[in-house]
Design a protein around this ligand. Sequence first.
Ligand SMILES: [Zn+2]
Length: 423
Amino acid sequence: MRVDTLLRNLHVAGRDDAVDIALADGRIAAMGPGLVCEAVEVEDFAGAFAFPGFVETHIHLDKACILGRCRICEGTLAEAVAETARAKVAFTVDDVYERASSVMEKAVLAGATAMRTFVEVDPRVELRSLEAISAVRADWSALIDLEICAFAQEGTTGEPETERLLEKALAAGADLVGGCPYTDPEPERHIARLFEIAAAHDVDLDFHIDFDLDPSWNHLDAVIRETERRGRRGRVGVGHVTKLAMLAPTEVDAVADRLAAAGIALTVLPATDLFLTGRDAPAGRPRGVAPAHRLAARGVTATIATNNVLNPFTPFGDASLVRMANLYADVAQLASDDEIAGVFDMVGSAAARLMRRPHALEVGASADVVVLDAPNAVAAVREIAPTLAGWKRGVKTFVRPKASLLAGPRAAIGAPRCGTSAS
Ligand SMILES: [Zn+2]
């Protein structure tokens, strides 16, 4: 058999022995131990872990990297929304394109092969960010698949013009729409209108929701109700839902069962949720991250994502999903191999399921392959394993050589150890 690329000696999910993976014409042509084939390029990875790449389900490329334009005095959600809304007025197409591209580069180098980005449309920025992100999608299409969610960050009922812009964004190529009840003066009407727009265009929906730690009220009930009433099972996602962090385990399980029954996916954004929530607690601040693993265990499609990079919502960020998975596992106090494997799933196959994408290393699948410097997924999360190389549809997209010492420890180079030299 003649193939384009032969990747030797890789560990993959679901089997103990190392395999070779042959790539031809953008697809996985063969996979198994000791493949015999003629290949244009051959690489040996000495037992490193390969998978189809991380899937970023929730990021904001349009408002990334604006720390220099914003003040962070209180570090609250309200301040982040206000500061970003102010900065957004001055966004230009070129400006958004440059900042978004810098995050795309980080994401690809960190092993992402697919991504959903929110892009704000409203009277402040109109369709400028959408125009920029559409160009980013086209220019990066050989490296990563980008899905665009036209997003009403400032709500819609107080700014009816935004509804018209959401419609225009869909006509211009946005893939789905996103709502934000917590900023809308009439949250339930906002939710209902977003469902109407999504149904009219037959697109998916993704809400930012219940982004505080007061469990006495919520907007999630309205989303569940509308999803069921309008038959949108499997087409709706909710992000943050940090109120769940304040519920007793049995209450969380009850919500999980309702989300699973309604087919609603949930995404936690650990970096943002930790940074913004709980600031009014005088002491003993709660963690403010929804227990996604507990929901996943009851059948909810649960994912972990980056959200923001270097802006007032999250003044940190490198678009690394293995780092975000590690952060979540630590915050959620997970330890066993099974638990950690579940966390890897939340930035891999579950994340792909949320975006209704295939995500498997198997013969015939798209040749999307990312190699991590770890023997398996669990070790990758525990150690925040760096990437080594990646392929998208069979084309090598990046290489990140393993760091190496330039000098060995003294024992390794035969020098006498301290205190044991000949007297
Ligand atoms: Zn977000």
